[in-house]
Design a binder for this molecule. Sequence first.
Ligand SMILES: O=P(O)(O)OC[C@H]1O[C@H](OP(=O)(O)OP(=O)(O)O)[C@H](O)[C@@H]1O
Length: 182
Amino acid sequence: MTQPYSTYELEVAGLTRHLPICPVNEHLDIAGFVIFSDVELTIACAEELLKKVSDYDVLLTAESKGIPLAYEMSRGSGKKYILARKSKKLYMRDPVAIDVKSITTEKMQTLYLDVGDMEYLKGKRVLLVDDVVSTGESMAAMEELCQKAGGTVAGKAVILAEGDAADREDLIYLEKLPLFFK
Ligand SMILES: O=P(O)(O)OC[C@H]1O[C@H](OP(=O)(O)OP(=O)(O)O)[C@H](O)[C@@H]1O
């Protein structure tokens, strides 16, 4: 029989969710936060984040869990969103690549932006958006893409700041998410 997960109760944007506790390694567990399929949560978090941000021209996010959040924030604000892909597609022109290693993915990943998106960001105030910041590597990679494009970072907005990320003063976030050390 499948053992029940232990869970972490998260309250965010007026909603309660029970996140499964998942092992990262022998010393660390994390609470898995996945907004895919949870439209109610995505809409509520986008609305709350939009109340906290201002003075930006465009949103920039990265595959994959940033997508529904950026989509909903784009819909709510009327600002376009740009997506950094994690694989190079044949329809991408001259993609710029930045390597990244996040807390939840074992191997190195690469973010790609095609030249048209790079040109769109040039001279714009860019709001960086993601579901979670933990080590900060994914957010740093988006920042690098933005700077390479000639955009200015207007803010860094996430639903959850995990672990030490909650102490960062450059993040706009809704709630803290603890790490679980063993
Ligand atoms: O601050 P960091 O340590 O970089 O971790 C945060 C990043 O990790 C997760 O993405 P993940 O790499 O799991 O990819 P996915 O969204 O494609 O599932 C999350 O959606 C953030 O993008």
